[in-house]
Design a protein around this ligand. Structure first.
Ligand SMILES: Nc1ncnc2c1ncn2[C@@H]1O[C@H](COP(=O)(O)OP(=O)(O)OP(=O)(O)O)[C@@H](O)[C@H]1O
Ligand SMILES: [Mg+2]
Length: 540
């Protein structure tokens, strides 16, 4: 048989044949089918993978499998469109199809594709019929599996339908996919697909986080662009993956070169993080250490919370996924629920990973919002999805969240078990301020030893790290304009001209400190202060 030319592989490759090995443990779907749940709603973009899994379960349990779509009606699963002899056009009507399900006597599984529009428009006769199906199927060996990328759930059906997420493909699925594609094109002299085990592993690892169809397209693209698989494939896959992940609306791969030395002070927090830098290794698992769940950094504005979150991925050498929680309820993004589920799925499939949720308080404020754009029911479901995940997650996804408004945070989020630790990031102490000056002067190619750091730190009492950085930048502008070197005097006069936020927001900061006392772990150790044993004065 002639091998396809290189261009031919850009077409989506057929869905994997039923050669996939059975999962070592029972899938959630199988458990529900065995437990005779009548209606299961699978949220997934991967119709074919779901159908494939249902077919496998059907074979195992000796049940016939049927599929339904608005174009084909109810037909035996896997029936070729052209060869559909038993096609009953009347079953294209969902009510007729559901009626047929009730009337079937044999044990069977029914996969309904793209059924959500009938639930979305509150088609009352379909909703009613589904409720009847649910009660009639309870004592039979039949299950309906609705598969759809969106969750549409009329309240009438909430008690009758069980919702599950379908996991994204695992490394094993991608290995099989890669093998199959290599098999298909290896005879083509234009393509170089002979790759070693290590390269294969790297490609498979890079594909994690994608659906099978997305992975197929990306692999086809690398073949067309580079005539084979090799190190360039990794670049193509990673670039494509970034785009696909960004398209999900809420997640973004975040590149940063910040590291521990970019942060002044915060010694307790740093040492907590350093101690956990090996926490995701196999050695730590063997030793019996659980993977850290996450940390909440709470504190005063501009004191390094976001900065610290960015450094963690570099300290631990893990990728950083930024989760834009502020957009969960944004009108720019589609359905909030399916987006948060996809974000969680992506994070889990690329784990180990650092999952950064910046300004989590803003999202919670939004969810309580009075705005017409937010719907209380959806917000509550989105947050319960998130909170349940936080407390139950087993995958090595380390959540690092930052916040500065404690009143916006619901108590459930702060309850034990969600985060390993809550750190309070206060205004920098005198010693820390010296450190911050050092960090930012060196960052701008100046020698900190040439500055009177002690006086500068004393004068900057009540200033945040961000304000110190601002003062340095603004006096650098002045010095550059005057064609002079930056001096301590210039820095001092710049500091004198600014009123730190800590003065205008004294009450807020006091309230935050009061809340944090006893509830949160200080990010700075008591002896790191030098001045008044770590005590900070707000007024100079
Ligand atoms: N401890 C610090 N060491 C070095 N730089 C700092 C420190 N704190 C703040 N900065 C500087 O200020 C900038 C802003 O800080 P960052 O965004 O981390 O503040 P934040 O605590 O997240 O504030 P917010 O609550 O307003 O989000 C940082 O990018 C960094 O340049
Ligand atoms: Mg921040």
């Amino acid at each position: 048989m002639p091998k396809p030319p290189p261009q031919a592989v850009s077409k989506p490759v057929a869905v994997p044949q039923p050669a996939l090995p059975a999962k070592p443990q029972m899938s959630e779907l199988e458990v529900l089918i065995r437990a005779r749940y009548p209606l299961v709603y699978v949220i997934s973009w991967e119709e074919q993978r779901v159908l494939h899994q249902v077919t496998q379960i059907g074979a195992k349990l000796n049940k016939s499998v049927f599929e339904w779509s608005i174009n084909t009606g109810l037909v035996p699963a896997g029936t070729n469109l052209q060869a559909q002899k038993q096609r009953d056009a009347a079953t294209e009507d969902p009510l007729v199809a559901l009626g047929n399900v009730i009337d079937h006597v044999e044990p069977a599984l029914y996969v309904f594709k793209d059924f959500h529009p009938f639930l979305k428009c509150q088609n009352m006769s379909v909703v009613r019929r589904l409720r009847e199906v649910a009660s009639s199927l309870k004592n039979t060996y039949k299950t309906i599996v609705i598969v759809s990328p969106m969750l549409e759930m009329p309240p009438e059906l909430e008690k009758d339908i069980t919702i599950i997420d379908f996991d994204l493909p695992r490394a094993n699925d991608f290995t099989l996919l890669l093998q199959r594609i290599v098999e298909e094109v290896k005879g083509n002299p234009k393509l170089k697909v002979n790759i070693n085990g290590q390269m294969k592993e790297q490609i498979v690892h890079a594909l994690l986080g994608l659906t099978l169809a997305e992975a197929e397209n990306v692999l086809a693209k690398t073949l067309v662009q580079h005539y084979g698989f090799g190190p360039e494939s990794l670049e193509v896959i990673n670039a494509e993956k970034r785009q696909i992940i960004r398209k999900s609306g809420l997640l973004e791969y975040y590149d940063t070169d910040e590291n521990m030395s970019s942060v002044g002070g915060l010694d307790s927090l740093k040492s907590w993080l350093l101690k956990r830098s090996v926490a995701f290794s196999d050695r730590a698992r063997e030793y019996g250490l659980p993977a850290p769940k996450g940390v909440l950094l709470l504190g005063v504005q501009g004191c390094g919370k976001s900065l610290m979150a960015k450094t963690v991925s570099n300290i631990w050498n893990l990728p950083l996924l930024r989760f834009d929680v502020g957009r969960v309820f944004g009108s720019l993004v589609g359905s909030s629920e399916q987006n948060i589920r996809r974000a969680i799925q992506v994070a889990e499939s690329v784990a180990p990973v650092v999952f950064w949720i910046d300004e989590i308080d803003k999202a919670f404020r939004g969810s309580r919002g009075s705005g017409a754009s937010t719907d209380a029911g959806t917000s509550a479901r989105v947050f319960s999805t998130f909170l349940t995940w936080m407390s139950e997650k087993k995958s090595p996804v380390f959540v690092i969240a930052t916040a500065n408004d404690i009143s916006a945070l619901p108590p459930e989020l702060l309850r034990k078990g969600r985060f390993d630790e809550i750190f309070f990031v206060d205004l920098p102490t005198s010693g820390e301020r010296q450190d911050v000056f050092r960090v930012h002067l060196s960052k701008r190619k100046m020698d900190p030893a040439k500055f009177d750091l002690e006086t500068l730190a004393r004068t900057a009492d009540g200033y945040s790290g961000a304000e110190i950085e601002e003062a340095i930048i603004s006096s650098m502008f002045d010095a550059f304009y005057d064609k002079q070197e930056l001096t301590s005097e210039r820095l001092l006069s710049s500091l004198h001209q600014t009123v730190p936020l800590s003065r205008t927001m004294k009450e807020d900061i006091d309230a935050l400190r009061q809340w944090a006392a006893g509830r949160a772990h200080p990010a700075t150790s008591p002896d790191a202060g030098q001045e008044g044993q770590g005590q900070r004065r707000l007024e100079i």
